[in-house]
Design a protein around this ligand. Structure first.
Ligand code: SF4
Length: 370
């Protein structure tokens, strides 16, 4: 849902702050769902995920219309996980109640911080009070709630980060996603940092924050099943786990990505062009067939971030001996440095290697073979 009420300073996702075309967009999404209905052949849809942008800008009627289109055009399992990303400023008491009466059964709420000074720095549309109110209310109706928290925010001390986590824990939620603030090109945050208005993010502080996060959440029984995701047993995101396990998915809407096991597709990231194209019954989709090397690299990158790790058998059987030996060779130094560990069939990051995971993964990438 490519609309947001205001632009967060750090965000480089695709969205528009002009909500005039919202109803047209809902109709176009329904039409895209129809146009692509044969893509899944007869495979079942296991999860539905409303992402953004900000899907919580949708009215309840619009949400129900979209879900109805999925149901009408696809074979959906009996109790699919249906998640909606929501921002606290959209979650009024009325809206939460309406959502709980809809098929949505999981909320992913963009809290980011419980401190106004962090929220202001990031230009979030909500304040700390709204964060607190919406969580208390959402808990009355939803059992499956996740919140997002951002660490490594300039000026955020370890003590304030700890306070933030403890505040999050006080709601006794079953899932927390947490990301380091990253400075993306062409964002307001980058401009402010370049002009010296905001101090730069500090990798060492972010690493300390990450370690604090892991320690406090693991103590409370959360499983760090993906580097940025912590869930209680039975509450891992089924939708996102499917991405990380290389399952197929269809992404609907501007800038949405799809994957069918061999091809990656992405819709145009422009709302007007998307609307025009769908109106003409043309899918605004570009595709690339992933080479074996691309698939190996993607598998290593995503699997290494999860507790399931990289399967040596999968590497040997799916990619062949060349790739297997290459990985053996490349991972050796990290195993010696105790940043990676091999246990049975699984290659995974150690506690010490977690924060460095993406850098390690890129050293394991295959760049020579095609
Ligand atoms: S609400 Fe989410 S998608 Fe929208 S600008 Fe903020 S971070 Fe980006």
């Amino acid at each position: 849902m490519p609309f947001c009420k205001q632009a967060c300073h750090y965000c480089d996702f695709h969205f528009s702050t002009n909500l005039r075309k919202k109803q047209d967009m809902v109709s176009a999404l329904q039409k895209e769902l129809l146009l692509r209905k044969d893509e899944l052949k007869n495979e079942e849809v296991q999860t539905i995920y409303f992402g953004g942008g900000t899907p919580s800008v949708l009215e309840i009627g619009e949400i129900n219309e979209i879900i109805k289109s999925v149901d009408e055009n696809y074979r959906v399992i009996e109790h699919p996980e249906i998640t909606m990303e929501a921002n606290p400023d959209d979650l009024s008491i009325k809206k939460i109640k309406e959502l709980s009466d809809s098929p949505i059964n999981r909320l992913s709420i963009g809290i980011q911080s419980f401190f106004d000074q962090d929220l202001k720095l990031m230009n979030r549309a909500h304040d700390a009070k709204e964060a607190d109110l919406c969580l208390n209310e959402a808990k009355k109706y939803f059992d499956n709630i996740s919140i997002d928290l951002i660490y490594g925010i300039p000026g955020m001390t370890n003590a304030r980060w700890e306070e933030n986590i403890n505040k999050a824990l006080s709601y006794e939620l079953p899932h927390i996603s947490s990301y380091a603030l990253t400075v993306e090109p062409k964002t307001a945050l980058k401009v402010f940092i370049d002009k010296g208005i905001i101090p730069n993010v500090d990798d060492e502080v972010a690493e300390e924050h990450f370690n604090i996060l892991c320690t406090l959440l693991e103590k409370e029984g959360f499983i760090n099943y993906e580097i940025s995701n912590f869930g209680k047993e039975g509450y891992f995101s089924k939708n996102n786990t499917a991405y990380w396990k290389g399952k197929k998915y269809i992404g609907i809407g501007p800038s949405a990505h799809s994957y069918d096991g061999t091809k990656r597709g992405w819709n145009i990231n422009n709302n007007s062009k998307y609307l025009r194209s769908i109106k003409e019954n043309i899918l605004p989709l570009e595709e690339e067939v992933l080479s074996k090397t691309d698939r190996y690299n993607e598998y290593v990158m995503t699997a290494l971030r999860t507790i399931w790790g990289v399967s040596w058998d999968k590497i040997r059987n799916e990619f062949g001996t060349n790739y297997y030996e290459y990985l053996l060779d490349q991972s050796d130094r990290y195993i010696k440095e105790k940043l990676l560990v091999t246990e049975g069939d699984k290659l995974s990051v150690t506690k010490k290697g977690k924060f460095l995971c993406d850098g390690i993964a890129s050293d394991l990438f295959m760049i020579k073979l095609k």
